[in-house]
Structures are given as structure tokens and as C-alpha cells.
Design a protein around this ligand. Structure first.
Ligand code: ATP
Length: 361
């Protein structure tokens, strides 16, 4: 058994019939028992990958291995996969118990009614839906229906659980609750899980690891905190983080980083963070709003246009450069809209990207 590469995707490509290449040479692996998030904007190819893993779509080229064995020629029903869809896909005319039992009452591994009910009840207990056993899905809330869908996916005791945006039909508060529950549940069952979402906060909170896609290409495959602290490129830095990162157009010339109204010395940057020698030219300097703070010795001045409260912190919004600049401060900082403040960037925390988005610092 290969626990490190329990799920392995090798050089996977998918070209749809209309010639569109949705997945471009993607490779990754998932450890046994891990919960990995496939993250990315709408249309980046997350569902296409999940459908290839499930066997609902055939890859154009490349390989998919479960536990070391290629499954691309294996029928979906023989892949030992549980799939939870965005819209739950429950049978409306069946009770909750009948829905959860259903996979065990069909196909060649079908169980006796008593045995099927016993297993179904075990997973209904785990997902806390036993009290709704005799109700129809239509009489349940979205969160309860989602639990039924999860119980039904787990009842065949699959090796791998695939979840496609399972929380998107729930309201904000319930999403937080159910995502904690899902994480606790899949960890308790110990099932290897791939969880698709377009929501970076959801991915950071639920995933052991995150694979971020854009345009059918992996942008970063990493632990959550590294997307924040060590983004691979401009796309990653801008996709992950709330409030979003601030970006400044700069020119680097003769050891200086020259912005529209500030000038920094490259010598003041942290030597250990340069990815390569930096030649003179145009770059983008990016800094997360918590690393740009009001400070008497600031790098530039700007007027606060608006202040937004988010929990215990406030976002100060400045009209600086063409794009908005933000600073994230705690509630105690005595500042209001209309104030002109000097802002200082933490140079050991900023990033530098080429105009093409390649990270150089
Ligand atoms: P979302 O979050 O919106 O569901 P996604 O990341 O899951 O998006 P996919 O559904 O995998 O994206 O689609 C990836 C790309 O492939 C999209 O540009 C989509 O328009 C295209 N696509 C999907 N299905 C087909 C198809 N059957 N034929 C042609 N193109 C398709």
C-alpha cells in the first residue's frame, strides 16, 4: 500500500469535444486519510478533474492511480468512490433511511435489507440524521439534506470521497458549522477526501493541503499557510487572502524600487527572500494589508477614503494608485475617514512579481 500517494494523478489532460483544453498536464498526489481541497475560480477545471477521478469523464491523456493501481479503464461503480454533489441529488420520493440505504440495495454487492439498514444507521448516527430517518428530504433543511448526501456517499465504505462544492447551497453561518462537521467526520472515518471549492477561506479552514488551479494548470500545491506566506506567483498572491493584497506598479533601477510616490532601497529588503538576481525593469510590488501600517516614518502618505469594520479589525481604504490600497489595523488604532496618514510597508513581508506574474522576491 502506498500511503504517501494514495491518489495519484499523472500528466492528466482533458480536451473536450469542442477542442477546449480544460486540464493541461496536471500532476498531483494525495496522502491516505488527507482532506485535500481543489481550489480555483469558476471554470478553472475543478469539476472536470473530479469527474475524471470518479470515472464519469475519460481523460484525453495521462493516468489516475488509486493505491498504486491505474483506474482509468475501471468502471465508475468499481472505483470505490463516494461522490457528494453540490445539489445533494437525493431521491425526493424516498425517506432519509431509504436514501442512505439505496446504494446497498442495488448492484452486484447488494446486501440483505437488514444488513443494509444496519450499515445505513451507523452512518446516519455519524452524520447525526437518525432522528429524520422516516422523513422525506423535502422536509429537511439544506444542512440536514447535505448530511443525508454525505451518509449516502459513505455507506458503501468507499476508499475515496469526492465532494463538489458541497456547501454552496447553505447560508454563511451554516457553511461554517457544516464545514467543521465535515472535517471532523472525514477525519473520524479516516477517508481520503478531495473537496472542491472556489472559496479560499473555506479551503484554508478545511483542507490539510490545497491545490490551487487556474486555467487548467496547478498554480500551487501546498499547505494552507504557504499560500499566504509564500505564494508561487501573482495569481496565487491575489487569489488567497481577505482583504485582498495591495499591488503597486514599480520600476527597479540602480538598486531602488520606485513607486508612484515612494522610493525604497533594494538593500533594505530581506536578502534571504530573493528568488533570483533582480535586473532593472518594471515589477509589481505586492503587500498584504496587515503588513502596511500607519507609521510616522511611512513610505508614502494617503488619505483614508473609507473604514470597514471586520470583527476585531478594521480595513482602512485609500485611493492610492489606480487601485485601492488597504491597511488592516486593530480596533484600537484611532483613525477615521478623511485622515491623511503615512503608511509603512514591512519589507520583509512584501512580494515582487514580474509583469508576467513570476515571483522574484
Ligand atoms: P465551476 O466552479 O464554475 O463549477 P470548475 O472549475 O469546476 O468551475 P469545470 O466545470 O471543470 O470548471 O470546467 C472547466 C472548463 O471546461 C470551463 O471553461 C468549462 O466551460 C469547460 N467545459 C466544461 N464542460 C465542458 C464540455 N462538456 N464541453 C466543453 N467545455 C466544457
Amino acid at each position: 500500500m502506498n500511503n504517501e500517494k494514495f491518489v495519484e494523478v499523472k500528466n492528466l489532460r482533458k480536451v473536450y469535444d469542442n477542442g477546449y483544453e480544460a486540464i493541461k498536464n496536471v500532476s498531483f498526489s494525495v496522502k491516505k486519510g488527507d482532506l485535500v481541497c481543489l481550489l480555483g475560480p469558476s471554470g478553472c477545471g475543478k469539476t472536470t478533474i473530479l469527474n475524471m477521478l470518479a470515472g464519469l469523464l475519460f481523460p484525453t491523456s495521462g493516468d489516475i492511480l488509486f493505491d498504486g493501481k491505474s483506474v482509468v479503464k475501471t468502471e465508475p461503480k468499481d472505483r470505490q468512490i463516494g461522490y457528494v454533489f453540490q445539489n445533494y441529488a437525493l431521491y425526493p420520493h424516498m425517506t432519509v433511511l431509504q436514501n442512505v440505504m439505496f446504494p446497498l440495495t442495488v448492484g452486484k454487492n447488494k446486501k440483505s435489507k437488514e444488513e443494509a439498514e444496519k450499515v445505513a444507521r451507523k452512518y446516519m448516527d455519524l452524520t447525526q440524521i437518525t432522528e429524520f430517518a422516516n422523513q422525506k428530504p423535502g422536509s429537511l433543511s439544506g444542512g440536514q439534506q447535505q448530511r443525508v448526501a454525505i451518509a449516502r456517499a459513505l455507506v458503501q465504505e468507499p476508499k475515496i470521497l469526492l465532494m463538489d462544492e458541497p456547501l454552496s447551497n447553505l447560508d454563511a453561518r451554516l457553511r461554517l458549522k457544516i464545514r467543521e462537521e465535515i472535517r471532523a467526520l472525514v477525519k473520524k472515518v479516516g477517508i481520503t477526501t478531495l473537496f472542491v471549492t472556489h472559496d479560499q477561506e473555506e479551503a484554508l479552514s478545511i483542507g490539510d493541503e490545497i491545490i490551487l488551479f487556474n486555467d487548467g494548470v496547478i498554480q500551487q500545491d501546498d499547505l494552507g499557510q504557504n499560500f499566504y506566506l509564500e505564494p508561487n506567483n501573482y495569481f496565487v498572491a491575489n487569489f488567497v487572502g481577505n482583504p485582498v493584497i495591495d499591488n503597486f506598479k514599480v520600476e527597479i533601477k540602480d538598486g531602488k524600487v520606485i513607486g508612484s510616490d515612494f522610493e525604497l532601497n533594494l538593500d533594505d529588503f530581506d536578502n534571504s527572500r530573493f528568488k533570483r538576481e533582480i535586473s532593472d525593469g518594471q515589477y509589481i510590488l505586492s503587500v498584504r494589508p496587515e503588513n502596511i501600517q500607519p507609521d510616522e516614518n511611512g513610505h508614502f502618505e494617503a488619505e483614508i477614503k473609507d473604514v470597514e469594520l471586520i470583527g476585531r479589525e478594521r480595513i482602512l481604504k485609500f485611493d492610492h494608485e489606480a487601485v485601492q490600497t488597504r491597511s488592516l489595523v486593530n480596533l484600537e488604532v484611532p483613525i477615521k475617514a478623511g485622515d491623511k496618514v503615512a503608511l509603512k510597508m514591512r519589507l520583509d513581508r512584501v512580494f515582487l512579481f514580474t509583469p508576467e506574474g513570476e515571483r522574484v522576491y
